[in-house]
Design a protein around this ligand. Structure first.
Ligand SMILES: Nc1ncnc2c1ncn2[C@@H]1O[C@H](COP(=O)(O)OP(=O)(O)O)[C@@H](O)[C@H]1O
Ligand SMILES: [Mg+2]
Length: 250
């Protein structure tokens, strides 16, 4: 199971325009943990997420998936372990139809046709998008694209699932479906999100980013009851956390 964890060690990343988006990020996520990554716009969440499967490589420091250090040589193995759902589904969907998009990963893995079919069906069911199977990907609504983008990653059956804003753009029913899916995912999961209500429901652990650094990392309940910290990082305490602290205080 050693390939089911991710470790960042002092990761720095500077974009080509000279902007330093990650300023020494270190953490470790162990097998089976569901971890939220929160922070205001521009805090560095997407930049961090893109390092989990080598789409960006650190300028300094290192990222490990299990005992494998991510570098150009290890990218193919790493990408079999880490499934990454991008913030923008248009970056993930490029085939003519939904079923071809979802089948793309398994076909690329050279799986036999029955196994490809099994995975496509399972993945579309899991996100509630079976009815979209024959549709043209680029003609879908934003929320439908999001669900299908998640299915394209699930069909590769990753050990580690990393999602960037999975619930943005989704209607309440689709959002609920994604929450249930993340809950039932048995392996490691890292979710970058603005949806703090979802975090409260799903993730025992939360990391808070601010200005390229992880400034807090701990139990979600503790983090969400620290109003000063949330304010400092441009976040608002979710309603359930407010209720919970009220119940504790009376
Ligand atoms: N391709 C890029 N080139 C230059 N700067 C970028 C690029 N992508 C993101 N940034 C900058 O890096 C910082 C972190 O961005 P990002 O990781 O997208 O934050 P978040 O996902 O938390 O909103 C922001 O200030 C953003 O403007
Ligand atoms: Mg982002």
């Amino acid at each position: 199971m050693s390939h089911h964890y991710i470790k960042f060690n002092n990761v720095h990343y500077t974009y080509s325009n000279g902007y330093e988006a990650l300023k020494g990020v270190s953490f470790r996520i162990t097998h089976g943990e569901k971890v939220a990554l929160v922070g205001a716009n521009g805090a560095g969440k997407s930049t961090l997420v893109l390092h989990t499967n080598g789409l960006l490589l650190p300028k300094e420091g290192s990222v490990n998936v299990g005992d494998i250090p991510i570098d150009k040589k290890t990218l193919p193995i790493v990408r079999q372990s880490v499934g990454l759902v991008f913030q923008n589904p248009d970056d993930q969907l490029f085939m003519p139809t939904v079923e071809e998009d979802v089948a793309f990963g398994p076909i690329n893995m050279k799986l036999p046709p029955q196994e490809v079919e099994r995975r496509v069906k399972l993945a579309l069911d899991a996100v509630g998008a079976s009815a979209l199977r024959k549709r043209v990907s680029y003609q879908l609504s934003g929320g439908q694209k999001k669900s299908v983008a998640i299915a394209t990653v699930l069909s590769m059956e990753p050990n580690i699932l990393v999602m960037d804003e999975p619930s943005s753009n989704l209607d309440p029913k689709a959002r609920r479906q994604i929450i249930n899916l993340i809950r039932s995912f048995r392996h490691t999961c890292l979710v970058a999100t603005h949806d703090l209500e979802m975090v409260w429901e799903l993730c025992e652990r939360t990391m808070v980013m601010n200005d390229g650094k992880v400034v807090a990392d701990g139990n979600t309940k503790d983090i969400f009851s620290d109003i000063a910290l949330l304010e400092r990082c441009g976040l608002e305490q979710p309603y359930q956390a407010m209720l919970a602290s009220y119940e504790i205080n009376i």
